[in-house]
Design a protein around this ligand. Structure first.
Ligand SMILES: *Cc1c(COP(=O)(O)O)cnc(C)c1O
Length: 373
């Protein structure tokens, strides 16, 4: 028998990402492919840049989408900005902060780690204390929305502290972009990266990034070449900008960028503040349903991410069995615990298109049924 076409099941995605993709975005994906240097395509790339400036709330000219997932956006920020001589303070309160540390170590730069409790926001006082003792620090890096635990950190305050100590900031906004308040220019963020498949509800595989003028100048003036050819932003920029003439760097994921464009148009139509408010409202509904089911949140209320709800698995309940039941009976995917929470937590995502009343109702009914079984 020859291998047949792959027809995926129709799932409802309420895990840590990818999130449910809107039918509008899926149909944009199926539009005819054009050349990656076609003038109409270049025009669309310029629109993506300005739509991303809106989503990030920034005027940064250096705002674009890297042709690879969020992890590549993370790596792009680190390899372009850091040199082995630099000292970087990294706040770790979950899995993704740990990956930042690995990036710094692979570059050969010096890392000073602030250990935070899993399931809590990064402690601004700990950052202040560490920076006082680390005058040589040049960068501060932290995760705005820790998807591994569901904790939201106060990015505005952390950036202010970093700036007071003459440090540039590198911020992971993979899960926060479009889901919670995020203001790159007001908060003075220097390098930020996100992902297409979380609260933008686009297909996976692209990473929006933005660099402040100061960060962009640092990249432009660096003496040593960036260790990664593909992620070297001084090369990528020639493809994403320039009046009229663009030079080939790599073949952009043409159709995926149609999808990203569509998801950003949807965000613009809804309005950024409305998107934040919708995530919050659906989270409140889900939280009151969890209380009825006796499910307890890991993160204290004021540090909770609306778009990623981490709860303790009740005593005597089999983690894998419940998730399998939800998948088999309801076509519903929720997330397992990650790292230190493996086997003891569920992570329920309300990201982008999934942050809707019908998803909340389905999730609560399905969980109630699964727990009764
Ligand atoms: C998902 C995620 C990433 C990694 O993104 P990929 O697209 O999976 O590479 C990084 N940081 C955070 C906070 C995330 O949630």
């Amino acid at each position: 028998m020859p291998i047949q076409s792959f027809i995926p099941p129709q799932r409802t995605l309420m895990g840590p990402g990818p999130s449910d993709v809107s039918p509008r975005v899926l149909s944009a994906l199926a539009r005819p492919t054009v050349g990656h240097l076609d003038p109409t395509f270049i025009g669309m790339m310029d629109e993506i840049k300005s739509l991303l400036q809106y989503a990030f709330q920034t005027q940064n000219t250096y705002t674009l989408a890297i042709s690879a997932p969020g992890s590549a956006g993370m790596e792009a920020c680190f390899v372009n900005l850091l040199t082995p001589e630099d000292t970087v303070v990294v706040c770790r309160n979950g899995v993704f902060g740990a990956r930042m540390i690995e990036n710094v170590q692979r570059i050969g730069a010096k890392v000073v780690v602030i250990e935070g409790e899993w399931g809590r926001a990064v402690d601004p006082q700990a950052l202040e204390d560490t920076l006082k003792q680390t005058p040589q620090a040049k960068f501060v890096a932290f995760v705005h929305a820790e998807t591994s635990t569901g904790a939201l950190s106060d990015a505005k305050t952390l950036c202010e502290i970093a700036r007071n100590h003459q440090c540039l900031t590198i911020v992971d906004a993979v899960t926060s972009l479009a889901g919670v308040e995020l203001k790159v220019d007001d908060w003075g963020i220097d390098a930020i990266y996100s992902g297409s498949q979380k609260c933008l509800s686009c297909v996976p595989g692209m990473s929006p990034v933005s660099f402040s003028d100061q960060a962009a100048a640092l990249i432009k003036n660096r003496k040593s070449t960036v260790q990664s050819w593909f992620l070297d932003q001084s090369l990528v920029m020639d493809y994403w900008s320039g009046q009229g003439k663009r030079s080939y760097h790599h073949t952009a994921p043409v159709n995926s960028l149609y999808a990203l464009h569509e998801s950003l148009v949807m965000l613009q139509n809804e309005g950024l503040e409305n998107s934040w408010a919708r995530h919050r409202a659906q989270h409140n509904k889900l939280a009151s349903g969890f209380a009825d089911l006796g499910l307890e949140f890991i993160v204290p209320a004021q540090e909770r991410l609306p778009q990623l709800n981490a709860v303790h698995i009740p005593q005597g309940i089999d983690d894998a069995k419940v998730r399998q039941y939800l998948l088999n009976e309801y076509n519903l995917e929720i997330g397992a615990g990650l790292g230190g929470f493996s086997g003891t937590a569920w992570r329920i995502g309300l990201m982008g298109y999934a942050a809707r009343s019908e998803n909340v109702a389905l999730c609560l009914a399905a969980l109630k049924d699964a727990l009764n079984q």
